[in-house]
Design a protein. Structure first.
Lengths: 327, 278
């Protein structure tokens, strides 16, 4: 008797979980939506499995040394990811160094200073920067930015600062600096949009309190900024996630040579651009497998970086109901 | 004391001016990029360019096949991505509660952040490898995967804007939840969902990386979904990295076409939603 009612109890719990209303149409509807939602989880799992199984050959062959070897020589069958890791991280850091101060400045201007009739259209124009496709930035980088850097900026830097290793090396216009600048333009709208939401989520009473104590406008803004530190950190990491995975624009201007050099002028190579450039030309299973392993690394890194950023931004904007618009 | 006060005021003025300059620089970067594209692109733009397929150097040719290819890819990806994305949005807003829905939202958000080139590799592994050739279908699926999380999140936000009293009213009249959602909530949010879908389409119409080894590219007009297909973005990339001036000029003109499409959608959405958002 008890077994039966237990079984029945389990059934009704299950039934209730799917459809609290007890309506069959609801049960079907809720089940379908749940199925599609679980499909998302399935896609992410499938990505990990597919990338891991396609890169198995390379994983077995090189193991951990894939990450530490700096030799990338498809002809000899040597594959090491270090130059790509270096290029990816270096270009992203350059991008952040340039774009973070700008993004915070833009966000401050739009939230704290500009009157509404200026903040709205200007904010829209800044967001439009994020709508420009990557390949368009690439075209612009090849034909406009790279020649400017090659002919004017880099010779100047080399002349005055060549004693710093960063500014030595041959000047081609295609290299870390060009890639970093393009990336900076691309992530600025993303970071500034999130910082904007974060600043807008800081309660107005904080501003009033600071001003009431006799703070100047800038001192008041600093109070607001301190309040927004976790969210701003999240925004920066979100920008980092975007910069790490950005492909086309970087591929077109970074020079695509798997070498590790401290120089900002020398060509470099990122994980994403290596995949974009070599995937269709990869001859041999090991070569292809090594490229997929690069993809796996990029996937895992951006997954962790983005997840971390989301947690930070969520915690800040959730209480006030703010929404990360650009993200 | 007075001196430090002056210093404080000066710092304040300096810093607030700097923030204005940051904004000015970002906006001028946008305008410079846009006007430069218009200036370089307009010269090579003509009817033949928009309707012809690529020809060898010196024979002109155009990007007609790439424009058609891009539209085909957009149709495939919208056909797959929109329904799935809207369903996920409905789940997140109307159905999911507790830990599972948090997990799904987290997954959807991180899916947005996955580099599109990785999506390309994934689709290569699950579609191109088993089918043994590049295809328009694979390209469409890759774009759909990028589209789904964007559509899902905007749908969720739009559904959440629908007042609770509307749901309660319909439920009080005895309607089951599925009818409330399909018949009341979604229609109330329809224009918001549509603008979200348009933005997602604008976003994927500029994607290049996931198409490189799924749709691959082609020099001919598309004939079958099962074959490689040209796209505007991949064409721009191939022309831009080529060594020929004539192709460079075509790359600029194609860029102008692409930018008109992408910015056109963005600006249109902006004007449609001006009254509703914020």
């Amino acid at each position: 008797m008890s077994a039966v009612s237990e079984k029945f109890g389990a059934y009704s719990t299950w039934r209730r979980a799917i459809s609290p209303t007890g309506n069959t149409g609801d049960a079907v509807f809720r089940f379908l939506m749940l199925l599609v939602a679980l499909l998302m989880v399935g896609i992410v799992l499938a990505m990990v499995i597919a990338l891991a199984s396609e890169s198995m050959l390379s994983l077995r062959q090189f193991g951990f040394s894939f990450l530490t070897s700096r030799d990338w020589n498809p002809v000899k069958g040597e594959f090491g990811a270090l130059p790509f890791l270096w290029g990816t991280i270096a270009s992203s850091i350059i991008a952040l160094l340039i774009s973070v101060p700008f993004s915070i400045g833009i966000a401050i201007f739009l939230v704290e200073q500009a009157p509404r009739y200026i903040a709205r259209p200007v904010g829209f124009l800044v967001e439009l920067l994020a709508a420009i496709p990557s390949v368009v930035y690439g075209v612009w980088g090849i034909f406009v930015l790279a020649p400017i850097l090659r002919n004017y900026v880099e010779p100047g830097l080399a002349k005055w600062f060549s004693w710093i290793p960063l500014f030595s090396g041959s000047i081609t216009g295609y290299g870390l600096l060009t890639g970093g600048i393009i990336l900076a333009i691309m992530v600025t709208p993303i970071i500034s949009a999130v910082v904007r939401d974060v600043l807008a989520a800081v309660p107005g009473s904080q501003r009033e309190a600071a001003l009431a104590l006799g703070a100047t406008k800038w001192e008041m803004i600093r109070v607001v900024l301190v309040n927004g530190v976790p969210g701003i950190t999240g925004a920066v990491i979100l920008g980092l996630g975007r910069a790490l995975g950005e492909t086309m624009a970087v591929t077109m201007v970074i020079g695509n040579r798997p070498e590790i050099s401290l120089s900002l002028f020398e060509p470099s190579y990122t994980i994403a651009s290596a995949i974009a450039n070599e995937f269709t030309e990869a001859t041999g299973d090991l070569y292809l497998s090594a490229l997929v392993e690069l993809g796996l690394i990029l996937f895992l890194v951006t997954f962790v970086v983005n997840g971390f950023a989301r947690l930070l931004v969520w915690n800040v904007t959730r209480q006030t109901g703010g929404v990360g618009r650009a993200a | 004391m007075a001196n430090s006060d002056r210093m404080r005021r000066a710092t304040s003025t300096l810093m607030t001016t700097l923030t204005g300059l940051c904004t000015l620089l970002a906006v001028s970067a946008l305008l410079v990029i846009l006007f430069y594209i218009a200036w370089r692109g307009i010269g090579s733009l003509n009817i033949q360019f928009l309707t012809d397929r690529p020809r060898p150097i010196g024979e002109g040719g155009g990007v007609g096949n790439a424009i058609v290819g891009s539209l085909v890819l957009l149709l495939i990806s919208a056909g797959i991505g929109l329904p799935l994305g809207i369903c996920v949005g409905v789940y997140l807003s109307e159905i999911g509660r507790g830990k599972l829905s948090h997990a799904v939202r987290f997954i959807v958000d991180t899916l947005t952040g996955i580099p599109s080139i990785v999506t390309g590799v994934f689709v290569y592994a699950i579609m191109v490898v088993p089918m043994k050739h590049f295809s328009a279908l694979a390209g469409g699926v890759a774009l759909a995967l990028i589209m789904i999380p964007i559509v899902a999140r905007t749908t969720e936000e739009m559904l959440k804007l629908v007042p609770h009293s509307m749901r309660e009213g319909a439920l009080a009249l005895g309607a089951p939840q599925w009818r409330v959602t399909l018949g009341v909530v979604i229609p109330a949010a329809a224009s918001g969902i549509a603008t979200g879908a348009m933005l997602a389409i604008a976003r994927i119409s500029g994607e290049t990386a996931p198409l490189l080894f799924t749709a691959f590219g082609s020099r001919f007009f598309p004939e079958s979904l099962n074959q490689p297909i040209a796209s505007l973005t991949v064409q721009i990339y191939n022309y831009a990295i080529s060594p020929y001036d004539e192709w460079h000029a075509q790359a600029w003109a194609a860029t102008l076409v692409l930018m008109t499409l992408v910015l056109g959608i963005n600006i249109m959405v902006r004007f449609l939603t001006r009254s509703r958002l914020r």
